[in-house]
Design a protein around this ligand. Structure first.
Ligand code: A2P
Length: 350
């Protein structure tokens, strides 16, 4: 007679979409618990037209909960998800806290749904930029094999949370009013220097590491290998990334260059694969200026693919442009989609 579902981080940018995607999902929901910090306790949100009071998350909050959807930050997941598992819940975690743990499946259902069968209570939702790249590239990998992926991202402000999105808007207003822009969040909250994002580009997402890559770039490389090949360090596909924050509110863009193994690949064959691919939509008609744009992807569950074209000098290599709503397929929808599969495959209680 339905499941009790808890949303951890219900008041955030992703949390709002988790509520909405759960409302629209096939999961029979008996009861929903909305959890956030003490700051939001007592606040009222709606689920399917009913008021639900937000509670401060505590270990006891997970008593009697079947499914946890978490998006309140890595440290919050680290603190609470083991408590939820102890109480018998299965957790789908949108943070990076558990993604690289051996016994935690990292899942994009279009690619590696079968990994769900090995879960031990926690399933990780990949990074937003990784997810949309997987939806676009997995059908190509299956048909032609992949040797190398070179990706540059154009990532929306909302990927850093609701307060970051608010900062972009206030900076834009300050700039247009001829005032100094106040920047406290970008490029990344915990770092020393802060720079404006409005009317700017920031080639830093998450912290810059000693290996000269940002942590976001590191995630794209190793998550891709774990999802596609089952091993975060597999040498089978070479992956490299440059991640850039752009002053777009919602939806990430990605310029992706791939080298395939099978040289019979053509632009037309790749277009046909994308047309058939679950979760992907081909928007590729240069004659009519049709290509994916962040503005058009907002609110959609799909990943949009266009500008597919062969490298003119390197045979078996292609460029493409991929856009998706980072808060939906990149976060809330992939999380709820995983939960739908857990329910459908009878994997909620193990
Ligand atoms: P709150 O609104 O009470 O601070 P975003 O990613 O948009 O910044 O949202 C972060 C989400 O994580 C919010 O729902 C926020 O709740 C929640 N959150 C932050 N810290 C905690 C905490 N210590 N315990 C539970 N939820 C938290």
């Amino acid at each position: 007679d339905g499941y009790t579902v808890a949303i951890l981080g219900a008041t955030g940018a992703v949390g709002a979409r988790l509520i909405q995607q759960l409302e629209q999902s096939t999961i029979p929901v008996n009861k929903v618990k909305l959890l956030a910090s003490y700051r939001s306790a007592g606040k009222k949100l709606q689920f399917k037209g009913q008021d639900v009071t937000v509670e401060e998350a505590k270990p006891e909050s997970f008593e009697g909960v079947d499914i946890v959807l978490a998006s309140a930050g890595g440290s919050v997941s680290k603190k609470f998800l083991p408590e939820a598992v102890k109480r018998g819940a299965v957790c789908v975690d949108n943070t990076s806290a558990f993604r690289m743990e051996e016994d935690v499946p990292l899942v994009v259902p279009e690619v590696n749904e079968a990994a769900l069968y090995n879960h031990h209570g926690i399933i990780a939702n990949p990074n937003c930029s990784t997810i949309q790249m997987m939806v676009a590239l997995e059908p190509i990998r299956r048909a032609f094999g992949l040797k190398q992926i070179i990706v540059s991202t154009y990532q929306a402000a909302s990927g850093a949370g609701q307060s970051a999105l608010n900062e972009l808007y206030s900076e834009a207003q300050e700039y247009l009013d001829g005032k100094d822009m106040n920047s406290d969040i970008f490029p990344t909250k915990g770092d020393e220097e802060h720079y404006p994002l409005a009317f700017n580009l920031l080639p830093q997402i998450d912290v810059l590491e000693d290996n000269l890559y940002s942590h976001e770039e590191w995630k794209m490389i190793h998550e891709t290998k774990k999802i596609m090949l089952g091993d975060m360090n597999s040498p089978e596909i070479k992956v490299t990334a440059t991640c850039v924050r752009v002053p777009v509110p919602i939806s990430h863009g990605e310029s992706i260059y791939i080298e395939v193994k099978d040289k019979s690949a053509t632009t037309e064959k790749i277009q046909e694969l994308i047309r058939q691919a679950p979760g992907a939509v081909l928007e590729d008609d240069p004659k009519h200026q049709i290509y994916p744009q962040p503005i058009n992807a907002v609110g959609k569950r799909d990943t949009f693919v266009g500008r597919i074209r062969p490298d003119l000098e390197n045979e078996g290599a292609f460029n493409m442009w991929v856009v998706s709503d980072n808060l939906l397929k990149g976060a809330a929808w992939n999380t709820v989609q995983i939960a739908e599969r857990l329910v459908a495959d009878n994997l909620v209680h193990n």
